[in-house]
Design a protein around this ligand. Structure first.
Ligand code: PLP
Length: 451
């Protein structure tokens, strides 16, 4: 009884401090503007990662291009570069304006990471990068490779049997497992993917068909990661890919920013003082959207405004940033159940590393209901003939929220952006979808209302 009273008192106190929590607990959609957002030059001083780190990652990926062309012929057309298109979606924009009764001003672009080769999701950036880095480190350490070599030699029986003596492990809600599983198995590694209960059956089947060991747990992502880490630690030849803390994953994702800059330049789209850029990134544990946002901030500084998108049932990064407790809190601590059809975002506890790195660089976080994801999914198919998986539509809700919510509007006013609205470019990061089997695609589509 007494404990209860104490608890109620603490809850009342906390809700007073963070009034938004009440709405989050009720699974309502919110738009949170980061009060710690700072001038880029100030914010970057507190971060120990630099542009050099991302350039190094980019160089490493270049070294591997000849290997990737051999091992994954679908990368031949881009000369071994794993990249996706950036396109205008004007028809979608028109229909969003009508359906949601908003007036999105400026360009609306979609970054089609659903079309990334090899893994069909944003995980083809970080996940594949980290495995390649590990493979390179091992081969150099054993005098099998020098960075001056043509890395096509890695696509050989000699290297495969070498890598077969090592293993790789990862915990995943699905897509990271796909990306790590596919590239590791191709190189020859023994690879184990520890899957959370929300991971889709077809992802497990696909991995098993490629010779990957899939372990299933009747619990959420954090548990799958913990189990993976535990098992991997027992084996000195095993390398654990740590989605919650890995700098390599983060840097692999960060390379995307430099590629986007090139694409914007080619499209003759300016980003500067008078032409702001807004980017909306679906967020799970934070590594993918965090790496991309970090890279973009390095390039465009105060001219880019990055927002993360989370399901109303899994607002882990929002709660971590707002309370400044980062990975010390989970959504379950607040009675939020972390059950969402956006499986890639079904993460209850955020990465502390990402939250702290972006603490002053991220503009804000908003949440979105699953039904909106389905409606937007259907709308994107009907209007642009592009299929994204539910998680990947979370970004599409960003411009709607920005123009519709009073907090979105006041963010624009505060940063003196209102009169620049029509010169603004909005990039919705479409994080995945091309590997989804046809019958699953159909069932998702049917869950959406017509726009
Ligand atoms: C993993 C994933 C994300 C988010 O990436 P995190 O690194 O978990 O934050 C977004 N969309 C899709 C489709 C994903 O698979």
């Amino acid at each position: 009884m007494e404990g209860n009273m104490l608890e109620n008192k603490m809850i009342a106190q906390r809700n007073k401090e963070y009034p938004l929590l009440e709405e989050l607990i009720k699974n309502e959609e919110v738009f949170w503007v980061n009060p710690k957002y700072a001038d880029f030059e100030e914010a970057i001083k507190k971060v120990d990662l630099t542009e050099e780190d991302i350039k190094e990652a980019e160089e490493r990926l270049k070294r591997f291009a000849p290997y990737l062309m051999e091992a994954f012929p679908e990368t031949k057309s881009t000369e071994g570069v794993i990249e996706s298109p950036l396109i205008k979606i004007d028809t979608m924009k028109e229909n969003i304006n009508k359906k949601y009764n908003v007036d999105i001003l400026g360009n609306l672009l979609l970054k089609c990471d659903n079309d990334l080769p090899i893994a069909g999701s944003i995980k083809a950036r970080g996940g594949i990068y980290e495995v390649l880095k590990h493979a390179e480190d091992l081969a150099i350490e054993h005098n099998m490779l020098s960075i001056k070599d043509n890395y096509a030699i890695i696509h050989s029986e000699e290297f495969k049997s070498f890598y077969a003596t090592y293993s790789i492990a990862v915990g995943s809600t699905g897509n990271l497992g796909l990306s790590i599983g596919i590239i590791s198995a191709k190189l020859g590694f023994k690879v184990t993917v520890h899957m959370s209960s929300d991971a889709k059956q077809w992802k497990k089947d696909l991995l098993r068909s490629k010779g990957v060991t899939v372990m299933e747990y009747d619990s959420d992502y954090s548990k799958a990661v913990e189990k993976g880490r535990e098992q991997s630690e027992k084996d000195p030849n095993s390398y654990f890919i740590d989605d919650e803390n890995s700098k390599n994953l983060f840097l692999g994702y960060g390379v995307a920013a430099y590629r986007v800059k090139k694409q914007l330049d080619e499209m003759k789209i300016l980003v500067d003082e008078k032409h702001p850029l807004f980017v909306y990134l679906p967020c799970g544990v934070g590594g993918g959207p965090g790496g991309v946002a970090f890279g973009l901030k390095l390039l465009y500084k105060n001219h880019v405004h990055c927002f993360f998108a989370e399901p109303t049932k899994s607002p882990c990064m929002l709660i971590g940033l707002m309370t400044e407790l980062h990975d010390k809190v989970s959504v379950q601590d607040f009675g939020i159940d972390n059950i969402t059809d956006a499986d890639g975002l079904a993460v209850g506890r955020p990465s502390g590393f990402v939250g702290k790195t972006l603490e002053e660089m991220l503009s804000g976080v908003y949440t979105v209901k699953d039904q909106e994801l389905y409606d937007l999914l259907r709308g994107l198919v009907d209007n642009e003939d592009i299929f994204l998986e539910p998680s990947a539509l979370a970004g599409m809700y960003g411009p709607i929220q920005l123009f519709k919510s009073s907090l979105g509007q006041s963010y624009m006013a505060k940063h003196d952006l209102e009169d620049k609205s029509k010169n603004t470019t909005h990039i919705v990061w479409g994080t995945g979808g091309s590997l989804v089997p046809e019958e699953v695609k159909k069932s998702y589509y049917l869950k959406g209302n017509k726009m």
